[in-house]
Design a protein around this ligand. Structure first.
Ligand code: HEC
Ligand code: HEC
Ligand code: HEC
Ligand code: HEC
Ligand code: HEC
Ligand code: HEC
Ligand code: HEC
Ligand code: HEC
Ligand code: HEC
Ligand code: HEC
Ligand code: HEC
Ligand code: HEC
Length: 303
C-alpha cells in the first residue's frame, strides 16, 4: 500500500470512530507525541529520533523510527493509529490539536545552523525543557536570551549580523514610527527586546529624568498626582525613586493645612476630622510619630 492510500484509509478510519461524524468537512492531521515519556522515562537520546539534515536543519523522525518499538500494522488500520495521529477538524471544536507552536515571526530574520554548534552546545542548552514535556504544543522556540548565554561578545560573537539578516542595533524598528515617545512605555512591558539595542545603562533613565509625561499639567502637583499615584504607584516608579516623593512630602504641605481652623478641633475643617475621615491620606506624608509630637494615642474612628 502506498502512502497516499494509507492516508485515505486513516481519514476514513477517523470518520468511522466518530471524530468526524457530522458530515463532510476539511480535516488536517497532526501528530501526538510525548517527549518526557521517551527521553526521560525510556532514556532515549535526542539524536535517536532527530538526525542532522540539510542546511544545518534537524530532521523529524518518520514512522519507521516509531516502528522499532511500536507495532504499526499499515495493512489493517485501527484505533491503534490514533495513539499517534489526531485530527484537527474545522467543525469539531473538540478535536485534539497538539501541534508544535509556530516559530515566532522574528525567525524569518534569523540566521542559524545546528552544524555550527555541534560539539559546542547540547540540545538542551537551546531547547530547554523539551525532555520534560508531555505534549508537542508545549514546545517553546529559543529566544535571544538563550543565545546570549554564550553569544556575549567573549565566548561567541554578539554582532547582530551573525544571527540577523535585517535587524541592526542602529536601525530603529517599525514600532518607533509616529508617537513612539508617548506610547513606548506600554510596549516595553511586554517586549523585552529593547535592551538588545538600547544597551547604554542610562538610556531610559536619562530621558525620564527630564521629559515629563503628558499628564503632568499645571495642577499636577496640587491636585492630580495624588489621585493618580493612589491608582497605580508603579507607573511613577518608572521615573521617580521613592525618595523623590518623600523628600517633597516632608517639606510641602497640602492646601488643607493652610485653612484657618486647621488646628482647631472643629468637625468640618480641622485636622482631627480630616484624620478621622481618612488617615491613610495623612500617612502618605506623616508617620504616627509626627502626630505624637503633640498628642499621644489619639484614637481614630476610622483606620
Ligand atoms: C522517540 C523519538 C523522539 C525523541 C527521542 C526526541 N524527539 Fe523531538 N520530536 C519527536 C517527534 C515525533 C516530534 C514531532 C515531529 C512532527 O511534528 O513531525 C518531535 C518534535 C521536536 C521538535 C519540534 C520540531 C519541529 O519541526 O517543529 C523539537 C525542537 C524537538 N523535537 C527536539 C527534541 C530534543 C531536544 C530532544 C531531546 C531532548 C528530542 N526532541 C527527542 C520525536 C522525538
Ligand atoms: C545553539 C542552539 C541550539 C542547539 C544546541 C540545538 N538547537 Fe535545535 N534549533 C535551534 C533553533 C534556533 C531552531 C530554529 C531554527 C530555524 O528555524 O531556523 C532549532 C530547530 C530545531 C528543530 C526543528 C527543525 C529545524 O532545524 O528547524 C529540531 C527538530 C531541533 N532543533 C532539534 C535539535 C536537536 C535534536 C538538538 C541536539 C542534537 C538541537 N536541536 C540542538 C537551536 C538549537
Ligand atoms: C525505543 C523504543 C521507542 C521508540 C523508538 C518510540 N517509542 Fe513511543 N513509546 C515507547 C514506550 C516504551 C512507550 C510507553 C508504552 C506504554 O506506557 O504503554 C511509548 C509510548 C508512546 C506513546 C503513548 C504516549 C502516552 O502518553 O500514552 C506515543 C504517542 C508514542 N510512544 C509515540 C511514538 C512516536 C511518534 C515514535 C516515533 C517518532 C515513538 N513513539 C518511538 C517506546 C518507543
Ligand atoms: C507510534 C506512533 C505512530 C503510530 C501508532 C502510527 N503512526 Fe503514522 N506516523 C507516525 C509518524 C512519526 C509519522 C511521520 C510524521 C508525520 O508525517 O507527521 C507518521 C506518518 C504517517 C503517514 C504520512 C506518510 C508517512 O509515512 O510519512 C501516514 C499516512 C500514516 N502515518 C498512517 C498511519 C496509520 C494508517 C497508522 C495505523 C496503522 C499509523 N500511521 C500509526 C507515527 C505513528
Ligand atoms: C547568537 C544569535 C543572535 C545574535 C548575535 C543577535 N540576536 Fe537578536 N535574536 C536572536 C534570536 C534567536 C531571536 C528570537 C527570534 C524572535 O523571537 O524573533 C532574536 C530576536 C531579536 C529581537 C526581537 C525580534 C522580534 O521580532 O521580536 C530583536 C529586536 C533582536 N533580536 C535584536 C538584536 C540586536 C540589536 C542584535 C545585535 C546587537 C542581536 N539581536 C544579535 C538571536 C541573536
Ligand atoms: C553553548 C553556547 C552557545 C549557545 C547557547 C549558542 N551558541 Fe551560537 N555559537 C557558539 C559558538 C562557540 C560559536 C562559534 C563562534 C566562532 O566561530 O567564533 C557559535 C556560532 C554561531 C553562529 C555562527 C556560525 C558561523 O557560520 O560562523 C551562529 C549564526 C550562531 N552561533 C547562532 C546561535 C543562535 C541563534 C543561538 C540561540 C538560539 C546560539 N547560537 C546559541 C556557542 C553558542
Ligand atoms: C526620549 C525620551 C525617552 C526615552 C529615551 C525613554 N522614554 Fe520612556 N517615557 C518617556 C515619556 C515622555 C514618557 C511618558 C509618556 C506619556 O505618558 O506622556 C515615558 C513613559 C514610559 C513608561 C510608562 C509610564 C506610564 O505612565 O505608563 C515606561 C514603562 C517607559 N517609558 C519605559 C521606557 C524604557 C524601558 C525606555 C528605554 C528602553 C524608555 N522608556 C526610554 C520618554 C522616554
Ligand atoms: C532594533 C533596535 C531597536 C530596538 C529593538 C528598540 N529600539 Fe528604541 N531606538 C532604536 C534606535 C536606532 C533609536 C534612535 C536612537 C537615537 O535617536 O539615538 C531608538 C530610539 C528610541 C527612543 C527615543 C525616541 C525619541 O523620540 O527620541 C525611545 C523612547 C526608544 N527607542 C524606546 C524603545 C523601547 C521602549 C524599546 C522596546 C520596546 C525599543 N526602543 C526597542 C533602536 C531600537
Ligand atoms: C516618564 C517619566 C515620568 C513618569 C512616569 C512620572 N513622572 Fe513625575 N515627573 C517627571 C519629570 C521629568 C518631572 C520634572 C522633574 C523636575 O522638574 O525635577 C516630574 C515631576 C513630578 C512632580 C513635581 C511636579 C512639580 O510641579 O514640581 C510630581 C509631584 C510628580 N512628578 C509626580 C508623579 C507621579 C505621582 C507619577 C505617577 C502617577 C509620576 N510623577 C510619573 C517624570 C515622570
Ligand atoms: C513637588 C513636591 C511633590 C512631589 C515631588 C510629590 N508630591 Fe505628592 N503631594 C505633594 C503635595 C503638595 C500634596 C498635597 C496636594 C494637596 O492636597 O494640596 C501631595 C499629595 C500626594 C498624595 C495624596 C495625599 C492625600 O491627600 O490623599 C499622594 C498619594 C501623593 N502625593 C503621592 C506622591 C507620589 C507617589 C510621588 C512620587 C512619585 C509624589 N507624590 C511626589 C507634593 C509632592
Ligand atoms: C503632602 C504631604 C502631606 C499630607 C498628605 C498631609 N500632611 Fe500634614 N504636614 C505636612 C508637612 C510638610 C507639614 C509640616 C511639617 C513640619 O513642619 O515639620 C505638616 C504638618 C501637619 C500638622 C502640624 C500643623 C502644621 O500645619 O504645620 C498637622 C496637624 C498635620 N500636618 C496633620 C495632617 C493630617 C491630619 C493629614 C491627613 C488628613 C495630613 N497632615 C496630611 C505634609 C502633609
Ligand atoms: C502641632 C501639633 C499637632 C500635631 C503635629 C498633630 N495634632 Fe492632632 N491635635 C492637636 C491639638 C492641639 C488637638 C486638640 C484640638 C482641640 O482640642 O481643640 C488635636 C486633636 C486631634 C484629634 C482629636 C482628638 C480626639 O481625641 O478626637 C485627632 C484625631 C488628631 N488631633 C489627629 C492627629 C493626627 C492623625 C496627626 C498626625 C497626622 C495630628 N493630629 C498631628 C495638635 C496636633
Amino acid at each position: 500500500m502506498d502512502k497516499k492510500n494509507s492516508l485515505i484509509l486513516l481519514v476514513a478510519l477517523m470518520a468511522i470512530i466518530g471524530l468526524a461524524i457530522s458530515g463532510c468537512k476539511k480535516e488536517e492531521g497532526s501528530l501526538k507525541f510525548n517527549h518526557q515519556l521517551h527521553v526521560v522515562d525510556n532514556e532515549m537520546e535526542c539524536s535517536d529520533c532527530h538526525a542532522a539534515g540539510k542546511d544545518g536543519k534537524m530532521e523529524n523522525p518518520d514512522m519507521d523510527k516509531c516502528s522499532e518499538c511500536h507495532e504499526i500494522d499499515m495493512e489493517h488500520p485501527s484505533e491503534d493509529c490514533l495513539q499517534c495521529h489526531s485530527l484537527k477538524s474545522s467543525l469539531n471544536d473538540y478535536a485534539v490539536e497538539e501541534a508544535v507552536p509556530e516559530k515566532p515571526k522574528g525567525y524569518s530574520d534569523l540566521i542559524f545552523t545546528h552544524e555550527a554548534h555541534e560539539g559546542i552546545a547540547e540540545c538542551s542548552d537551546c531547547h530547554k525543557g523539551i525532555d520534560k514535556q508531555e505534549s508537542l504544543q508545549d514546545i517553546e522556540w529559543p529566544d535571544m536570551f538563550t543565545c546570549k548565554k554564550c553569544h556575549n561578545g567573549d565566548d561567541a560573537p554578539i554582532d547582530c549580523e551573525v544571527c540577523h539578516t535585517k535587524v541592526r542595533k542602529e536601525i530603529a524598528p517599525p514600532s518607533h514610527h509616529g508617537d513612539w515617545a508617548e506610547h513606548h512605555g506600554f510596549e516595553s512591558r511586554f517586549d523585552k527586546s529593547c535592551q538588545f539595542c538600547h544597551e547604554e545603562k542610562d538610556f531610559c533613565q536619562d530621558c525620564h529624568q527630564t521629559k515629563k509625561p503628558r499628564d503632568h499639567i499645571f495642577n499636577w502637583k496640587t491636585t492630580q498626582h495624588g489621585q493618580d499615584a493612589t491608582h497605580d504607584r508603579r507607573l511613577c516608579a518608572v521615573c521617580h525613586p521613592a525618595s523623590y516623593c518623600s523628600d517633597c512630602h516632608r517639606s510641602q504641605k497640602p492646601v488643607s493645612h493652610a485653612r484657618a481652623d486647621w488646628m482647631a478641633y472643629t468637625r468640618e475643617n480641622g485636622h482631627a476630622e480630616a484624620a478621622h475621615h481618612n488617615f491613610r491620606s495623612c500617612n502618605v506624608c506623616h508617620t504616627r510619630s509626627d502626630c505624637d509630637k503633640c498628642h499621644q494615642n489619639v484614637i481614630l474612628r476610622h483606620k
